[in-house]
Design a protein around this ligand. Structure first.
Ligand SMILES: NC(=O)c1ccc[n+]([C@@H]2O[C@H](COP(=O)([O-])OP(=O)(O)OC[C@H]3O[C@@H](n4cnc5c(N)ncnc54)[C@H](OP(=O)(O)O)[C@@H]3O)[C@@H](O)[C@H]2O)c1
Length: 322
């Protein structure tokens, strides 16, 4: 099968490329200038230069393909550089869907995210709009909605590595966010962390499973973890099991995050806080629908956070990190 991938040079994309290559698929990957080094040096991968705003580049990427995959997503906007949720998660996806359909591509897999039905942030509303555009197309579609994704980062931004760097390695106590006036359940909101290789397996399996057509698949790990448990697991994996943690009222942090949203050094955006606090667990098991099982969030799967491992997996192209 020939597959055109948009967003293949990122964290999830790097694992998806590995998995699809191992399955013997021929891949075309839209590659932005400067990101060429992020593609692995394995045969069967063709880099198509361009940006998602470039319709001709999308046409080159999808021409003659059996399937298209759209992975682009961001957490922080930089409007001055044209990096907005609307441009990349809605309009980019809509453009890719239209180009794929016009190019005669039959199958389209869209990366969305769990919890977006809340429609509470631009991240969520633009992902929802992309889903609607795909459903309204004539393409044979599958939508994936993962919770937070973890795994060796390969030099990209990754949930646990980011929390370790910004909250665990920091000299101040890690924040157990809570809403309301009293910290009775500080850090008690729940997430379903899912391993990046399992997410890649879900995409790869869906391509060969006709029953996955027209399905929206929620992807969570096998267990639900509270924020507090996740921070403790990351701290332990990072060799800091006694890291102090303190209740942190969102009432005060939210407005600060709002003001500091534009600075990439501030650890969390206001929208990220909103989405974390509303929880991120799955109501349905997308892996089971595909006949798959996901691996746990556990010391074995978090070993990459150990100080000696963390340096190795920070490099691009490190493939010995699973
Ligand atoms: N990671 C998670 O925990 C998580 C959880 C739920 C859902 N998701 C979704 O999963 C998807 C992949 O996430 P990720 O963690 O792999 O993100 P990532 O590492 O930031 O990768 C983003 C990808 O999009 C590409 N991209 C960005 N702007 C582009 C543009 N203007 N034109 C062309 N390509 C562009 C990037 O290219 P460059 O390499 O050139 O920058 C990269 O390939 C996103 O849709 C995200 O919302 C992620």
């Amino acid at each position: 099968m020939k597959i055109g991938i948009i967003g293949g040079t990122g964290f999830v994309g790097s694992y998806l490329i590995d998995r699809l290559s191992a399955d013997g698929q021929a891949l075309r990957v839209l590659t932005r200038p400067g990101s060429e080094h992020k593609l692995p040096e394995i045969s069967g991968i063709e880099a198509v230069p361009g940006d998602v705003s470039d319709e001709a580049a999308l046409q080159s990427c999808f021409d003659g393909c059996d399937a298209a995959i759209y992975l682009i997503g961001i957490l922080r906007e930089e409007p001055g550089r044209g990096i907005t949720f609307d441009a990349l998660q809605r309009r980019g996806a809509e453009r890719a869907i239209a180009v794929a359909e016009a190019a005669g591509v039959k199958r389209f897999l869209l990366m969305s995210a769990n919890g977006i039905d809340a429609g509470a942030t631009p991240y969520q509303t633009t992902k929802l709009a992309a889903e609607e555009a795909l459903k309204a197309s004539g393409l044979d579609w599958t939508i994936f909605r993962p919770s937070v994704i973890f795994g060796p980062p390969r030099g990209r931004m990754e949930f646990c590595t980011q929390l370790k760097a910004e909250l665990i390695d920091s000299p101040v106590p890690a924040p157990l966010f809570y809403t309301g006036l009293l910290p009775t359940n500080a850090g008690g909101f729940e997430l379903g962390p899912v391993h990046v290789e399992d997410v890649a397996a879900a995409f790869a399996t869906a391509l060969s499973l006709p029953e996955s057509s027209g399905q929206t698949l929620e992807l969570c790990g096998p267990d639900t973890w509270t924020w507090k448990e996740i921070l403790r697991a990351i701290a332990t994996a990072a060799g800091k099991p006694k890291k102090p943690m303190l209740p942190a009222p969102v009432m005060f942090i939210g407005p600060v995050a709002g003001v500091l949203d534009r600075f990439s050094w501030f650890p969390v955006t206001r929208d990220q806080l909103t989405m974390l606090l509303s929880g991120n667990t799955c109501a349905d098991d997308g892996f089971a629908r595909l006949g798959l099982a996901s691996r746990p969030f556990a010391p074995e799967t978090l070993a990459y956070l150990a100080p000696e491992q963390a340096a190795a997996t920070a490099r691009f192209g490190d493939r010995n990190d699973g």
